[in-house]
Design a binder for this molecule. Sequence first.
Ligand code: URA
Length: 226
Amino acid sequence: MQAKHKKYLETMGIEIWQQRGCADGCANCTCDSDSSCQDNPSLSELEQLVLKCSKCALQKTRNNVVFGVGNPNADLMFVAEAPGANEDAQGEPFVGRAGKLLDSMFGAMRLKRDDIYIANILKCRPPNNRDPLPEEIKVCTPYLQKQIAIIKPKLIIALGRIAAHHLLATNTPLGKLRGQIHSYGDEQTPLLVTYHPAYLLRAPGEKAKAYVDVQRIQKFLATGEL
Ligand code: URA
């Protein structure tokens, strides 16, 4: 329930019954159980909520929550799996070696970080960079869903297997998902899958394929076609 409506009802002396943890009982709720529901938070309101998240055990080991970075009106949104050690230390996605490579991919598209938006499925670093656990993904996913709903990107790029599998709810190998046009969510936002930059650092031979993906994204930006 929006604060405005709540206030009207309170002014009229009408008692409000609200399900704890979510005003509308929706699956996408991002509020914690003790706060009133933010039905339509702005990106910065959502960020404030996420920064104090305590929904899973990663809150105990994180140094910083890594909410996401970039242009809230971006046409392109890149989604990866989870912060690593550098990101956890700085509170920003992709600030390590993989981030440098990602920046050079943006450069090849004549884009800067300010032109796009980057987020992860998990907002906190899994210890020792292990894969995200299903229960961590479950509690963190509403945050990413809200980010996507607020930013309304024209194209989502899933970086790597874990992001692709989660966003597309599939276990199909990344090599098969790459090169196809997928769509995400009720809005059917077009989605492409490409290699995670950390993988490209380990397998530089695959960079040529990633460059093909970069060109495809560039074409989309120029023509609106994939
Ligand atoms: N790897 C990711 O998946 N996300 C980051 O933010 C950094 C490295």
